[in-house]
Design a protein around this ligand. Structure first.
Ligand code: ADP
Ligand code: MG
Length: 486
């Protein structure tokens, strides 16, 4: 069922194309040697070129080129053997050169495709139009100097990949799924860290509406600089509703650039849409065209890691996991690696449950990522071995796991120190069972009529043994003593 907005005059559908800006994960900028490290003191990561000093020449960062190609390959996109850097001319105080170096007519990567996964389990292909490289601008800070504005050029010149989609996105959910999948691929490739909080991944959403079933495109508005998944969804939904209301009340949508106000949850007009000709694009005379060797492209192709979709499929077939579990485990490369280390030589379904439920739950409560997990894959594996060989029950293992989150000791050492070893010795369990049978004659009578009620007895014995009795053994002994059928 596709997404619809119910208006006063009928049903409407959303058409959306995203322009994503992903900061390339290089240590230095696109055309200078200045650092790209986040959080430096203002204007300390600035080469003369970034500050627009006259006479400075840009030198293209070969690593950034490789990462753009790598990303193109990860998006199943055409790699252009020749691409051209152009100047996009405009004035802004945080752009000292007076132009942004970008790619316009001839980007480094052409058409590709990204498959997105939706909540109902379905998939959809979103076409990629292009990926081009460009240099970021600096930052204007308006709120620290009274009426004045401060400029920080640390970001100025940092390499960005702009990844443009076709208008194939039909709902806020699809837009978020697209962003998530793209982020996942970028992180698998290591070409962008995907950190939206730091602004290293952000997007502009182009939104239009049309009557449901229509194939014509409506006039679009572009909402700038969305820097969280939640804002992407909310801004698109709000903007589409605004357009429907406007059209239904007799107005027309004007193509313009809008800003999302996350406090008020609405979009506001920022400026009229500028046309490409306003920027007077022309090839940068200081930069040669980028010419890629077939050998380099093939070398990068050979170095592509297994990407999330392929890994998910392999997890489903190799480990017999559900599509859902495989999806959760492969979303992040670090989680997938962690899981594979735990699952090696063990029951994969049990390993998946522990990683998804117990580990994720515990990390979530502590606000930690999987890379920061106090329990490494090796230790979690050892814990699962203790369950498998009967040293502890699955239930006691939960307590041991909680201790492991705080205590770097081996799980076996924790089990011994706390005396949690499972009791599988009949001579230790039998007296407990005898006591409980003796103390509960009524329950015994009803159990004899209904052997399925044995759970209550097992529960009592487990409680009396503080969870340490081997539950299978308890159940077997009970059946034998009360002469119940198996
Ligand atoms: P510009 O050069 O003005 O940014 P593009 O043609 O490159 O415009 O398109 C930018 C983005 O807008 C792309 O992601 C594209 O899919 C999307 N887009 C184009 N037309 C529409 C439309 N009518 N409705 C929604 N999105 C659109
Ligand atoms: Mg654009």
């Amino acid at each position: 069922m596709s997404f619809r907005i119910e208006g006063a005059t009928g049903s409407w559908e959303i058409v959306c194309g995203l322009e994503v800006h992903a900061q390339v994960a290089t240590a230095s900028k696109l055309f200078s040697g200045a650092s790209t490290a986040f959080g430096g003191e203002a204007n300390t990561h600035v080469a003369p070129l970034d500050a627009g000093m006259p006479g400075m020449l840009p030198v293209v960062n070969a690593k950034a080129i490789e990462m753009a190609v790598m990303t193109g390959l990860g998006l199943n996109a055409r790699i252009n053997r020749l691409s051209i850097f152009e100047r996009k001319n405009y004035f802004y105080p945080d752009l000292p050169l007076g132009y942004q170096i970008s790619q316009y007519q001839t980007p480094i990567v052409g058409e590709g495709v990204l498959a997105i996964d939706l909540e109902d389990g379905s998939r959809k292909d979103v076409r990629i139009t292009r990926l081009h490289l460009e240099a970021d601008a600096g930052k204007s800070i308006h709120d620290q100097l009274g009426d004045g504005t401060l400029i920080d050029l640390n970001r100025c010149g940092v390499a960005l990949m702009e990844i443009v989609s076709e208008p194939d996105i039909g709902s806020p959910e699809e837009a978020v799924a697209y962003m998530r999948k793209l982020r996942s691929i970028l992180r698998y490739l290591g070409t962008c860290d995907g950190d939206m909080e730091k602004g290293n991944l952000r997007c502009d959403a182009n939104v239009s509406v049309r009557p449901a079933g229509s194939t014509e495109l409506g006039t679009r508005c572009e909402i700038k600089n969305l820097n969280s998944m939640r804002f992407v969804a909310r801004a698109i939904e709000h903007e589409a509703k605004r357009q429907v209301e406007l059209i239904e009340s007799g107005g027309t949508v004007v193509q313009e650039t809008r800003l999302y106000d996350s406090v008020r949850g609405e979009t506001r007009s920022m400026r009229g849409k500028e046309e490409a000709q306003d920027y007077r694009y022309f090839p940068d005379p200081d930069l040669l065209p980028v010419v890629l060797d077939e050998a380099l492209i093939e070398d990068l192709r050979a170095r592509l890691p297994e990407l999330p979709d392929a890994r998910k499929q392999r997890f489903e077939s190799e480990f017999a996991l559900s599509a859902y579990d495989a999806g959760v485990l492969t979303d992040e490369r670090a989680t997938a690696d962690f899981f594979e280390n735990v699952a090696a030589g063990r029951d994969a379904k049990i390993a998946a449950n522990w990683v998804i439920n117990d580990l994720y739950g515990a990390l979530g409560r502590k606000g930690l990522s999987i890379e920061e997990s106090p329990v490494c894959a090796e230790r979690l594996g050892k814990l699962l071995d203790l369950i498998a060989d009967g040293t502890i029950s699955g239930k006691i293992a939960k307590d041991v796991f909680s201790s492991m989150m705080e205590d770097p000791a081996d799980p076996l050492a924790i089990v011994e120190a706390k005396g949690l070893r499972q009791v599988s010795d009949t001579s230790a369990i039998e007296p407990v069972i005898d006591d409980i049978i003796a103390a509960n004659p009524d329950q015994v009578a009803s159990l004899q009529k209904n052997p399925k009620a044995i759970g209550w007895f097992v529960g009592q014995v487990m409680k009396a043994s503080k969870g340490k009795a081997n539950p299978k053994m308890v159940s077997d002994l009970l059946r034998a003593k009360l002469a119940l059928p198996d």
